[in-house]
Ligand binder design. Structure first.
Ligand code: 6PG
Length: 473
């Protein structure tokens, strides 16, 4: 009998199954198209104890009880389809584990549905791409605590390990795991956009060539910015196109695609009223990049400065701007998770989340240690920017950060994530902003009332009548 099963043997499912099998866990594998299961077993069968099944019935029968079934199919309707097929074949307390990039709202719905059927459901985030799935991903499981207990050993064994600790921890009830994975992806979007903006300034603002920029990213990867995304940026920039002999980056179409997790993060932030500006700008930047034909038409038509000629002394300033903006992206992402914890009644452990992102996942980075430390020092930290380490880091970077944004604006180089992050920072550190005027306007045209700084209660001014103020409550 197999201890666990994986259905869905596309690359993520296949790699996860191999990872589990390589740790000595007997595993059942299944795919809708039986030939795929056969191919999988003949190719990787020697890596562990696999039981391949042609039918879902056979697959379910080959599992120990309570059954533990990882579903690794495309997010959305296919997950519901597999669940519907599995339900009649399962027994009380069996566990279905959705390890795809499902929307947390769907996970909440599925968890409730399966609980009503006497089954258990774990919605788990798995990050690290194909490589991570095979060699150790970061795992973010959500669902009933007791159900997690049944898979904990396998999950913590297959996860990436950092300083002897697994990059896997129980996140919280129902959709908490997929929620945290969603925000992880949102941060991934912001991080990628910030790196792209830095590249744009180096390339078109200063005018450096691609090999030089590759070298800069290599160097940045030895300091505070050390991370998987900076590392792969250098690798991507170092790749020569076999067909043209030029850097591959120069022949890749400048349209960023997206599968939805970044958009969901931004949508949820709007729902919760969390000012998630960096991630949201990163999503919009992808949308703008997609308008390739319009950009082509506008490029010879709309006026603006021609970039180029910035001093090379700006390189280090760009590094600092990138770091400060990245801090803001994380601060906002963590603020969003704290808000979600209140909304959905999840006991999210912020320091723990940063800890399980230190290895295996796409946003793994040296600076996550600092986030863990900050939450360890102050568990109820309201905003990462208020932690002494990050306050000082941003204070050190801010002159450079401002200079870089001013230069970009002068040059006509769009840096939406850099500049929105700075705008957030400047807005956040203002005790009194200009929203008093907005309240005055709202009261003028809609009698929406305002509060006063010197008195309790709500007030309205009779703007179009006698101009007197009345207390409305
Ligand atoms: C990960 C990645 C992974 C996937 C992204 C891509 O953590 O392993 O985030 O989940 O590569 O979802 O997302 P986009 O296609 O939206 O860029």
């Amino acid at each position: 009998m197999s201890q666990i099963g994986v259905t869905g043997l596309a690359v993520m499912g296949a790699n996860l199954a191999r990872n589990i099998a390589r740790r000595g866990v007997p595993i059942a594998v299944h795919n809708r198209t039986a030939s795929k299961t056969h191919d999988f077993v003949s190719e990787f069968g020697s890596e562990g104890n696999f039981t391949g099944s042609d039918s879902l019935e056979e697959f379910v029968q080959s599992l120990e009880r309570p059954r533990r079934i990882i579903v690794m199919v495309k997010a959305g309707a296919p997950v519901d389809g597999v669940i519907e097929d599995l339900v009649p074949l399962l027994d009380k307390d069996d566990i279905i584990i959705d390890a795809g990039n499902s929307h947390f709202v769907d996970t909440r719905r599925r968890e409730q549905y399966l609980t009503e059927k006497g089954l258990r459901f774990i919605g788990t985030g798995v990050s690290g791409g194909e490589e991570g799935a095979l060699n150790g991903p970061s795992i973010m499981p959500g669902g009933p605590r007791a159900a997690y207990g049944e898979v904990e050993e396998i999950f913590t064994t297959i996860a990436a390990q950092v300083d002897g600790e697994p990059c896997c921890a129980y996140i919280g009830a129902d959709g908490a795991g997929h929620y945290v994975k969603m925000v992880h992806n949102g941060i991934e979007y912001a991080d990628m956009q910030l790196i792209a903006e830095a590249y744009d300034l180096l390339r078109h603002g200063i005018g450096l060539d691609v090999p030089t920029i590759k070298g800069i990213f290599d160097e940045w990867n030895t300091g505070d910015l050390e991370s998987f995304l900076i590392e792969i940026t250098a690798t991507v920039l170092g790749k020569t196109d076999a067909a043209t002999g030029n850097p591959l980056i120069d022949v890749i179409v400048d349209q960023a695609e997206q599968k939805g997790t970044g958009r969901w993060t931004a949508q949820d932030a709007l729902e919760q009223g969390v000012p998630l500006t960096g991630i949201t700008e990163a999503v919009f930047a992808r949308s703008l990049s997609a308008l390739r034909d319009q950009r082509k038409a506008a490029s010879g038509y709309l006026a603006g400065p021609q970039p180029g000629g910035l001093s090379e002394s700006l390189v280090d300033d760009i590094r600092k701007a990138l770091y400060a903006s990245k801090v803001v992206a994380y601060a906002q992402g963590f603020e969003q998770m704290a808000s979600a914890a209140r909304t959905y009644d999840w006991d999210l452990q912020m320091g723990e989340l940063a800890k399980i992102w230190r290895g295996g996942c796409i946003i793994r980075a040296r600076f996550l240690n600092r986030i863990t430390e900050s939450y360890a020092e102050t568990p109820d930290l309201v905003n990462l920017l208020m932690a002494p380490y990050f306050r000082d880091a941003v204070a050190d970077a801010q002159d450079a950060w401002r200079k870089v944004i001013v230069s970009a604006v002068d040059q006509g180089i769009a840096v939406p994530a850099f500049s929105s992050s700075l705008a957030y920072y400047d807005g956040y550190r203002r005790e009194r902003g200009p929203a008093n005027l907005i309240q005055g306007q709202r009261d003028f045209f809609g009698a929406h009332t305002y509060r006063r700084v010197d008195k309790e209660g709500s007030f309205h001014t009779r703007w179009s009548q006698d101009g007197t103020e009345v207390k409305t409550d």
